[in-house]
Design a protein around this ligand. Structure first.
Ligand SMILES: [Mg+2]
Length: 265
């Protein structure tokens, strides 16, 4: 067998093997991923985003100081969400835009990298709470399979109470009420911190934008009091609640639906 024949044979086999590989991640059209381009840039680049996060945690500190002066029958706790509340997943969002894919493609890879950085002000606030002997529970809708890497990520970014008891991942339901009740059985929850209104109360899990708006107005006094909100324009129940929204339709159809939800003059 001469060298050139052998080379051709190896090359042919390589081409056949490559062409036989099943597509692991089916790319979605660019426009769909780029729907979040401005939101992702805002989260990564706008100082206003960081300022809003600092503002939220500064307010949380003031509220905690007030609560610490009151007499409580049970030990105190703070309940926080994880994604876009204490850990910043914008590198995943950015990679999805650059690589033209959408959630959940490559989400596992991002989770197992355990490399998310802290949301501005989050670590300082929760460390302050821990120093005041207030326990922190992380109620997240990350799946159980990501629990250990989430704990690793939280530990490496110096968050307190990053252990298997205090990190409460999603089990059967996205609804966080059952897990909130587990904490409430033993603790007085003085503050809830989250980027999605479902992090505060299940009334916001209603997938209808107008119902969510009504509930938000009715509960306006809770914001900045017991409920501390972080900004997240990239994703959340607010997006799924838009009339007609679906992540399973064509790019063109989605763009029409998104534009139909704009309020012009
Ligand atoms: Mg979140």
């Amino acid at each position: 067998m001469n060298k050139s024949f052998l080379f051709s044979l190896v090359l042919s086999v390589a081409i056949i093997l490559t062409s036989c590989q099943a597509p692991v991640n089916k790319p979605i059209p660019a426009n769909l991923a780029n729907a979040t381009l401005y939101a992702t840039l805002y989260q990564q680049q706008a100082s206003e985003y960081k300022a809003l996060c600092f503002q939220a945690f500064n307010l949380a500190s003031l509220r905690l100081e007030e609560e610490l002066l009151l007499k409580k029958s049970k030990p105190l706790a703070i309940v926080v969400d994880i994604d876009e509340t204490v850990l910043d997943n914008s590198p995943y969002q950015a990679a999805s835009i650059i690589g033209n894919f959408n959630y959940p493609i490559q989400w596992s890879e991002w989770m197992y990298s355990a490399s998310a950085e802290a949301v501005p002000g989050a670590q300082e606030f929760l460390s302050y709470a821990a120093a005041k002997k207030v326990e922190v529970f992380y109620i997240t809708n990350r799946k159980e399979e990501f629990k250990q890497v989430t704990i690793k990520n939280l530990n490496e970014t110096n968050f307190p109470f990053a252990d298997s008891i205090h990190v409460m991942t999603r089990t059967t339901s996205n609804d966080k009420e059952e897990r909130r009740q587990q904490v409430l059985a033993k603790y007085d929850i003085v503050l809830f911190v989250g980027d999605n209104l479902g992090d505060f109360n299940s009334i916001f899990d209603e997938t209808d934008a107008s119902v969510r708006t009504t509930q938000t107005i009715e509960n306006r006094k809770e914001f900045g009091k017991r409920w501390i909100v972080l900004p997240n324009a990239c994703y959340g129940t607010w997006l799924n609640a838009l009339p007609g929204y679906s992540n399973k339709i064509s790019t063109d159809s989605l763009m029409i639906i998104l534009k139909n939800n704009l309020k012009g003059f």
